[in-house]
Design a binder for this molecule. Structure first.
Ligand SMILES: Nc1ncnc2c1ncn2[C@@H]1O[C@H](COP(=O)(O)OP(=O)(O)O)[C@@H](O)[C@H]1O
Ligand SMILES: O=P(O)(O)OC[C@H]1O[C@](O)(COP(=O)(O)O)[C@@H](O)[C@@H]1O
Length: 304
């Protein structure tokens, strides 16, 4: 079983305005509310690809009910711990470019945290936990560590998609996969990465620090897959970008879907890239059909 863990879910409120006026009244030309949070996005795409999974994490208030109802409507299995305060609303403002304003999220009490840890005590060998997104400030930076230690004691593997100290700490536990984008990778090492050779070199440092596989996504410029011995580069399929929110989450879903079906590393990489691009070319997350259609346009090149 795959469990996606979203510690800080959201409603993603996608708002479009023309000629955005700072300090002025702007009227929306289009808006859309979507259930969000990185693990939740992974779950929705896994479901669309027909890969069995359960979405867990913390959810609360009327906004949390909305997120859960949306997931139920798509038959995504959920097992959220209910918290007292409202799940956050993240604003994704489209004004020619994309500006994001993500909320802090509700306070999580220690008893809520313990409930989630207890719930995940049932995992075992063959299970994969996908730990995605930021950690709410009230949980403490070590919460992913506590989760990882618990799941590893039971023999489960984990994927982690987060940033900064939480990502750095997780590396020593040898994640099956991490997927920074090239900006996150540069930020992690406090450098500017000027080309793909440098991206690969810094991605390799994450392998040295413990990751089993490193996927570096580079939005419209494709992606790199790094293993201990090999480097592969993928192009992106052709299409018009509509909404890139959730592209990275979709990439993880595509990768893990193929990987857990035993299709091998390269097919997992190809499916991941197709899923990321299919979402970037869609208003909401990609459909399974669109991901399968784009897969044939993804070509992998092995670096020497
Ligand atoms: N502009 C784009 N054109 C084509 N594919 C894209 C685009 N943006 C994202 N993707 C696809 O989604 C993947 C993840 O996107 P990226 O923006 O790098 O991740 P994140 O959402 O984590 O920042 C990319 O590797 C690519 O396959
Ligand atoms: O937990 P964080 O880091 O605040 O991110 C949450 C946001 O990330 C998203 O999951 C999108 O992430 P990506 O675009 O990186 O795939 C949104 O749905 C959500 O608003």
């Amino acid at each position: 079983m795959i469990y996606t863990v979203t510690l800080n879910p959201s409603i993603d409120f996608i708002v479009e305005v023309e000629d955005f006026k700072l300090n002025g009244l702007n009227r929306m030309t289009r808006d859309l509310k979507l259930p969000g949070g990185k693990g939740i996005n992974v779950s929705r795409v896994l479901n669309r690809l027909g890969t069995d999974n359960t979405a867990v994490g913390f959810i609360g208030g009327f906004t949390g009910c909305y997120v859960e109802d949306c997931l139920k409507a798509e038959s995504v299995r959920t097992g959220f711990v209910k918290v007292q305060q409202d799940t956050r609303i993240n604003i994704k403002l489209k004004h020619g470019e994309e500006t994001e304003i993500n909320g802090l999220g509700p306070a999580i009490r220690e008893e809520d945290a313990l409930q989630l840890l207890r719930q995940l005590e049932g995992v075992g060998v063959g299970d994969v936990l996908v730990l995605s997104g930021s950690v709410p400030p009230s949980l403490g930076e070590d919460f992913y560590d506590r989760l990882i230690e618990g799941c590893q004691r039971k023999g489960a593997e984990f994927v982690i998609d987060t940033t900064g100290a939480a990502l750095r700490n997780a590396l020593k536990h040898k994640p099956l996969l991490i997927k920074p984008n090239h900006h996150e990778l540069a930020e992690l090492f406090g450098v500017t990465l000027k080309d793909k050779t440098e991206v690969a070199a810094y991605g390799r440092k994450l392998l040295e620090l413990g990751a089993q596989h490193v996927l570096v996504s580079m939005a419209g410029e494709g992606a790199l897959l790094l293993t201990e011995t090999e480097t592969y580069e993928a192009n992106v399929p052709a299409g018009r970008v509509r909404n890139s929110v959730g592209a990275g989450d979709s990439m993880i879903a595509g990768f893990i879907s193929a990987w857990t079906e035993g299709k091998g590393l390269l097919e997992a990489f190809r499916t991941g890239v197709a899923a990321g691009s299919a979402t970037a070319f869609s208003d909401d997350l990609a459909t399974g059909e669109y991901i399968r259609e784009l897969r044939s346009q993804v070509h992998l090149t092995k670096w020497n």
